[in-house]
Write a protein that binds this ligand. Sequence first.
Ligand code: AP5
Length: 214
Amino acid sequence: MISGAPASGKGTQCELITQKYGLVHVAAGDLLRAEVAAGSENGRRAKQFMEKGQLVPDEIVVMMVKERLLRPDAHKNGWLLDGYPRSSSQATALKEFGFEPDLFILLDVAEDTLVERVVGRRLDPVTGKIYHLKYSPPETEEIAARLTQRFDDTEEKVKLRLCTHHQNVEAVLSMYKDITVKVNGNLSKNDVFAKIDSVLDELLEQRKAGSGYL
Ligand code: AP5
């Protein structure tokens, strides 16, 4: 699992982790945005909460994430949960469904940096890749021309999202404290990944030593 404040770099690190470790990236925010884009009833309801920077109600999110985790690719390759759980009720539901994480990565980033990252973020609708106008600019003019911005990526909305994050983070952290690794997310994206990579590597080594396979 990977957790952290809005724009702490969860999605960016997930791209790097999945490239190297082949895990299936399951991001609650991406699942919700897909529902919004599809114009479904759940998407329409979810958008009302997302626009206010609030958590979308459990009756929408919990089953959505559960169904994605039950798909065969996640079972076969392992999963990397991004932005979920965000409340103790979501963490409890996950446990009841039998999903137990090996590791809880917490990205720790200074608050003024978060705002700058949000307002400069752009997404490539073709590849799904995350860019930043200053820190990870698009490679070509063609990509630059098609980049989009998320509807909740304004300074005003990120402040609301941050407030929601502060209200819920402690409850979630307390449930995973034995497997939590706090990573300094203020560094460059490659330096952050180097730290995560070393932790994952160590975990795999421990597993190999403990089980005799992998
Ligand atoms: P969600 O989509 O999960 O948004 P978030 O938590 O606010 O996180 P972000 O996606 O904004 O940021 P990120 O940490 O992935 O950062 P990124 O890598 O893109 O949730 C959106 C909404 O959906 C919520 O507000 C809520 O309403 C709802 N929702 C989601 N999950 C829910 C749940 N479980 N329950 C209920 N409701 C839920 O990076 C940001 C920018 O910084 C990019 O431009 C990137 O290029 C740049 N960057 C990244 N790393 C670095 C670095 N090291 N140095 C410099 N720049 C960097």
